[in-house]
Design a protein around this ligand. Structure first.
Ligand SMILES: C[S@@+](CC[C@H](N)C(=O)[O-])C[C@H]1O[C@@H](n2cnc3c(N)ncnc32)[C@H](O)[C@@H]1O
Length: 299
């Protein structure tokens, strides 16, 4: 990894987990909308962290606060950061069962659901290894839990799935262990409490569904409903008043919560991979809400 002028440049880094709503396909489009420079980077709906890894790869992050409410997810980041060698040992064993449907249903999924995390920051190696296995072998790499917090995605029928990539994980570990990088498991409001002037907050909350059948808000047992979108809009207004640089992406359904007289509202085209039905993934419009001018700068 190269360190340039105090910022971290790590070659091209990408998410190590597949995550519904991941922003991988939108990074080139987003590039023109990121602020030119900023203080601390906050990503409080982290998921797979596509935007963080993109900015880090370009050497544009000096300090970052990365967080998500999903304990299983944050547990993975903490394990990769703090216990990677143990994790790799376990993943090597699990790789031998990656084509075994029975092992998926009889061993991995039930064992994964038996391990209860308390904080999400414990770095539980077994829970992380089982989530890697599930993430790379289940249907569409979806993460979905029921109201009892049980992972319930079915087997994905991949021919020969690789459940991990050691060199990729080592590169991710190098980024996460840099002194300016904090990983937290908490609500977005708590995560952004200390954000101040010139800090950049990128919000990518669960999408407000465009129709009643397009609902996907099951990253956590409590779904993210309209009341949560309203609460988020209030937080956005408060952070704007504090001088933070803000970018939010969501479905156009939330447009009425952000006045075009106060904020810059943009629409971009995306292929949303949220639907668990592969053939329902079509081009959709994605709303961006910014409280600063678009940069039009590419590096
Ligand atoms: C659309 S996904 C983010 C995807 C991410 N940008 C990526 O590239 O993979 C939304 C995330 O919000 C998280 N989430 C849901 N409710 C939350 C809350 N109240 N506070 C923080 N995170 C929350 C979910 O666990 C999920 O990971």
């Amino acid at each position: 990894m190269l360190e340039t002028m105090g910022k971290y440049a790590a070659g091209r880094l990408s998410p190590f987990l597949k995550w519904a709503g991941g922003k991988g396909q939108l990074l080139e489009t987003f590039e023109a909308y990121f602020p030119k420079s900023f203080g601390t980077y906050y990503e409080p709906f982290l998921g797979g962290g596509a935007v963080f890894f993109h900015l880090a790869s370009k050497g544009r992050i000096t300090k970052a606060v990365l967080s998500d409410l999903n304990k299983d997810l944050i547990n993975c980041y903490v394990t990769v950061r703090d216990r990677l060698d143990e994790l790799l040992e376990r993943l090597k064993e699990l790789q031998n069962h990656a084509r075994d449907k029975e092992y998926f249903y009889e061993v991995v999924r039930p064992n994964f659901n038996k391990i209860e995390l308390q904080t999400g920051s414990e770095g539980d190696v077994e829970k992380t290894a089982l989530l890697f296995y599930l993430n790379k072998t289940c249907y569409n790499g979806l993460y979905r839990v029921n109201q009892k917090d049980e992972f319930n995605v079915p087997w994905g029928r991949y021919k020969n799935p690789a459940i991990y990539d050691e060199s990729h994980l080592r590169a991710i570990q190098r980024i996460l262990t840099q002194s300016g990088i904090t990983v937290m498991c908490c609500d977005y409001h708590e995560a952004t409490m200390n954000a101040g002037p010139n800090d950049f907050v990128y919000f990518d909350p669960p999408y407000q569904p465009v129709s009643s059948t397009a609902n996907f808000t099951s990253y956590t047992p409590q779904s993210f409903g309209w009341g949560d979108q309203e609460r988020l809009s209030q937080a956005y207004h408060e952070l704007a008043d504090r001088g933070c640089l803000l970018m939010l992406s969501n479905s156009p359904k939330v447009e009425k919560l952000y006045s075009p007289h106060t904020f810059r509202i943009e629409r971009v085209r995306a292929t949303r991979a949220i639907s668990c039905v592969g053939n329902k993934r079509g081009p959709v419009q994605e709303l961006l809400v910014l409280n600063y001018q678009r940069t039009d700068v590419k590096d």
